[in-house]
Design a protein around this ligand. Structure first.
Ligand code: NDP
Ligand code: GDR
Length: 325
């Protein structure tokens, strides 16, 4: 039985990846942060009682800022595969908390890689890299596109990318960078734009709210479905050689269009319900991200199936269903 360690297991991607790996017969270990409230909502349906035998999902307290804990966890779990998903992942928030974002999203990666090297465990390592690293470089973007980050988050991810590459080259670690374009789902954090819009459309339809406040409607993103992207992560670690891959749908959608898809789904006119709030603008914006995932298709047989309009519909439907419950 293979053993995987997931950082960021309580996040959107962590929850889908855990489902995928448990389904493949893995023993899954996840790092969670101590919190004063429950923070395991996305994986509660997978919970296994530690008092039962044959437990295949094990949660450990830890934090990306705590090097010694990362060492003891790697030593204790001795994973065959490490999926490093944990990060301060919100771009707008990274302008408010640049140092913290650098410490977790950037240096946190170095701490984890160094823990793997120090313990000397033979493992395969997945780095959650991001299309935000391309930033101002115009689309289409692929594995050879130069980076030009436009936020403290993007800059921290560029550092993490190069650290993973360096551990591959300097220490012969099987380390891969998955350069993932935006991927969404009903489990997406409520402050990312797609979920914010889908949730608002459902709540406005239900009569709970009247308006939603948004920032830049002109930004272009390449939005795919998170459940499909975690399959791509897994495939990267099964490849014969470590390499870096873009995962994307290859489609361009503006925030405005995504809003329209969501409101149309519930039979409403978006223009009557969307208001502008400059709080949601970023000091430097990433205007357009459109990925070219042909390498992943060729080498891993991975291709995005769900396109943005369908994604908008499934997200709104899920938020409506949750309200009806
Ligand atoms: P989420 O924001 O949903 O999840 C982030 C996870 O990281 C949570 O489990 C969070 O814990 C954990 N975390 C944050 N800070 C720390 C810390 N200091 N120590 C330990 N754990 C921490 O992100 P996603 O699931 O959407 O994304 C997964 C990864 O992929 C991230 O690294 C993100 O930057 C990257 N990425 C995401 C893309 C996307 O479109 N979703 C695209 C490209 C890259 P808690 O639940 O306690 O907050
Ligand atoms: P992004 O996602 O910054 O691409 O990062 P987000 O959903 O936050 O923004 C997408 C675009 O929408 C515009 N926007 C708004 N964004 C938010 N959050 N809230 C608003 O009200 C709003 N109005 C307009 C933004 O300006 C932006 O252009 C996500 C994260 O998951 C990162 O961790 C990941 O690396 C990248 O995707 C790829």
């Amino acid at each position: 039985m293979k053993r995987a360690l997931i950082t960021g297991i309580t996040g959107q991607d962590g929850s889908y990846l855990t489902e995928l790996l448990l389904g493949k017969g893995y023993e899954v270990h996840g790092i969670i942060r101590r919190s004063s409230t429950f923070n395991t909502g996305r994986i509660d349906h997978l919970y296994q009682d530690p008092h039962e035998r044959d437990q295949r999902l094990v949660l450990h307290y830890g934090d990306l800022t705590d090097s010694s804990r990362l060492v003891t966890l790697i030593e204790k779990v001795r994973p065959d595969e490490v999926y490093h998903l944990a990060a301060q992942s919100h771009v707008r928030v990274s302008f408010d908390e640049p140092e913290y974002t650098g410490n977790t999203t950037g240096v946190g990666t170095a701490r984890l890689l160094e823990a793997i090297r120090m313990v000397g465990v033979d493992t395969r390592y997945y780095q959650a890299s991001s299309s935000e690293m391309f930033g101002a470089t115009p689309p289409p973007q692929n594995e050879d596109t130069p980076f030009y980050p436009r936020s403290p988050y993007g800059a921290a991810k560029v550092y993490g990318y190069w650290m993973a590459r360096n551990y591959r080259e300097a220490h012969d670690l099987f380390a891969v960078n998955g350069i993932l374009f935006n991927h969404e789902s009903p489990r997406r954090g409520e402050t990312f734009v797609t979920r914010k819009i889908a949730r608002a459309a459902a709540r406005i339809k239900a009569g709970l709210e009247q308006h939603v406040y948004l920032g830049n409607l002109d930004a272009v993103r390449d939005w795919g479905y998170a459940q499909e992207y975690v399959e791509g992560m897994w495939r990267m670690l099964q490849a014969p050689e470590p390499a870096d891959y873009v995962l994307a749908t290859g489609t361009a959608t503006t925030v405005r269009e995504f809003t329209q898809y969501c409101f149309e789904r519930v039979g409403l006119d978006w223009e009557e319900h969307v208001r502008f709030d400059e709080t949601y603008l970023r000091p430097t914006e990433v205007d357009a991200l459109i990925g070219d995932a042909s390498k992943a298709q060729r080498d891993l047989g991975w291709k995005a199936q769900t396109m943005p309009e369908q994604l908008a519909h499934l997200m709104v439907d899920a938020d409506l269903a949750a309200l009806q419950k």
